[in-house]
Each structure stands twice: as structure tokens, then as C-alpha cells.
Design a protein around this ligand. Sequence first.
Ligand code: MLT
Length: 411
Amino acid sequence: MAYVNENYLKLPGNYLFAEVARRVAAYRDEHPDADVIRLGIGDVTLPLPAVSIEAMHTAVDEMAKKETFRGYGPEQGYDFLIDAIIERNYTARGVTVEPDEVFVSDGSKSDCGNIQEIFSEDAIVAITDPVYPVYLDTNVMAGRTGKLGADGHFEGVVYLPSTEENGFAPALPDRRADMIYLCCPNNPTGTTLSRNELQKWVNYARENDAVILFDAAYAAYITEPYVPRSIYEIDGAREVAIEFRSFSKTAGFTGTRCGYTVIPKTVTAKAKDGSRHPLNALWSRRHSTKFNGTAYIVQRGAAAIYTDEGQRQVAANIAYYMENARIIREGLSALGLSVFGGVNAPYIWLKTPNNMPSWDFFDKLLREANVVGTPGAGFGPCGEGCFRLTAFGAREDTEKAIDRIRQRLDI
Ligand code: MLT
């Protein structure tokens, strides 16, 4: 008799963005002529940088010749990509990362979701609330969270409210936490944590033998110079932090798939017999067992963004999206809405008018303005009464969406 993993039965409904897509599809079936603007899932709309396209074309040609063809590559990633990542993203900011501390993957969603496998089943998970749903859902699947309570909280999870009231800087937990997920710049609030705030978390992790799982997928969108781009800019972080990075939002690889995880060899955790083990070795074992490497062609495309010309092209695309962010932020503020984010991140987080439940606001926006966003409640109980719009749309759609909200919604 095969039994199901009953932890899956604890998950409420669909994955957030699948549910958004399902509701939009249902609306479009009823209204086939509606001109729906999608500012829901954070999916890019600009094509890949020209340098990446050129590098991938060259790589395809290499695959066509016996002398240059490549089969399985190194599971951890090719040196040409790992070296370029370290030089541009770490050495240039005074941070030391060794080549065997970087693991190239098919994107940071997979890594953020899979990392929990190297921790014990009874490790206590802390997540900021609201936050990217992958951290919580994957720990529910792994049986680490207990049951879902009537208040929308899983009983075994330490929630760290991150709201307007605390300036989106969550307080340290009042009970034990072993795996602490931080997302900075934050998805969905678009806010960042200051150097002092990050130091507070690193100190906590060092004092409590905890590990920080730091999702920096949106680091390239930080515009304010004093905001850290990497957790490793913080003293002591190399002892307690794992960092996730992505080419998806940085370079338009949402459909192409490439990301990486950094695990310094100095990050360790205990076994039940008290012995300590580097998490780098555990992840390396997992990666080489369950993953056969990111496609060579894709890694060539990713590495191309680290040339000087690649950096210019990527910066131009990011500037385009951040101008969208400004249009949304200023447009909604002018309507009297409370708006956050959009300065160091491509997400704008708004309070729904009259504290309307966020799925109700989703329906209202879709029906009255034909604009899709993401309900805050989908990111955690503290997201209720809030709503997320992305800056990844085309410019004309972004402008049109704000015009429609201004003209059609009674706010
Ligand atoms: C989002 O909209 O939050 C992201 O696009 C989801 C993701 O990166 O997986």
C-alpha cells in the first residue's frame, strides 16, 4: 500500500501564483475581450541582454561540433561562471567567497525550496511575515511546521511580523529558531533591512547556533548605496549564513533558469551526537546526487552579464523596471494610498483601500480595472489588508494600469 506524504495535505489550496493564474484564466474565459494587464507574478518582460543571446548562440555552435561539444558538466557549475560571480558580486564589494562555496543551479526558487533538506526534521523554522511563500510551503511538505491553525499560522513555525508598524524590520524571535529565512530586498514588501538590522540577525544566529537562509534574489535592484547587497558584508555572517542569488530578475532569466547558492565552508550545524558538520559538504552531496548541472549554454549566457558591456545592459534593464516602480509608487501615492517599497526593489506594497481583504481587492482590481496584482494574504497572515504590484510589466502597460486604477476605482 502506498501512502501519501500527508504533510502535503496540510497545505491550504494552490501555490499562490498558481491560484492567481487560475482566477485570471476564469475571468478571461468569462470576458474574452478584456484587455488584462498582468502586474501579478514578478515575471520579466524585457528580452534577455544581447550579450547573453550572443554568448548562448556561440555556445550552441560549440555543441554542434565534436571538438567543442560538452556533455555532463561539473554539478556545481563551470569555473568561468563561478569566477565571474565571485569577482563582480563579492570581491568587488570587499567580500571573500571561495569558488567551492558557490553552487550554480537552475534558479533560486529550487535552492530556497530544497535547502531545508539538509536540516534535521525537528529544526524550528522562522520566517518573516509576509514573505515569498516557497520557504513556508517547502517546510510544510517536509513536515517541519505542524498543523495550520484557524488564525492562518502553522503551529510549529516562528512568524516574524514585518509590517508598517515595525518599519518592516522584524523583531528577534521570543522563542528558539534554528533556520531563519530572511529575504532582502523583501518579496513582497519591496523593503530592505539596514546594516544594523542585519548585524542584529547575524549576532542572534551566532549566539543561538542558528542558520540564516538569506534570499538576495533582488539584490541588483538596490539603489541606495548604504544598503548591503550581500549578507556577507555583515561581520560574522560567514559563520552562520547561506545566501541565494538569481539571474531571473537580474538578467531576465525567469524562463531561461539560472541561479546560485553560496555556502561558506565555515557554516556548520550540529548532529544529535554533538559533532559539527559543514553545510557546504552536505549541500554538495545533495547537489551532486540530485542535480546534474545547469545547461552549459545557459551558464555561458549568465556569465556574459559579468563583462563590462553585460553590466551596462543589465543596468539599463533594471533602470527600466525601476522607472516602472516609480510610476506605480508615485501614481498610487497621489491617489492617497499608503505605498511601500519600489525604491530598492521591483515590488510595490500597498495598503488596500479601507482595509479591504486582499483577495477582495484582487477581484475588484481585476473586474473594474482589468489589472492583476497579488493579494498580500498569499504571502502570510500579516499580508492581509495589503497588495503587491510588480514593476516588471511593459512601460505602456504600467502607465495604463495606473491610469485605469485612477479612473475606474473608487478609492
Ligand atoms: C514572485 O512574483 O514573487 C516571483 O516571481 C516568484 C518567483 O520568483 O518564483
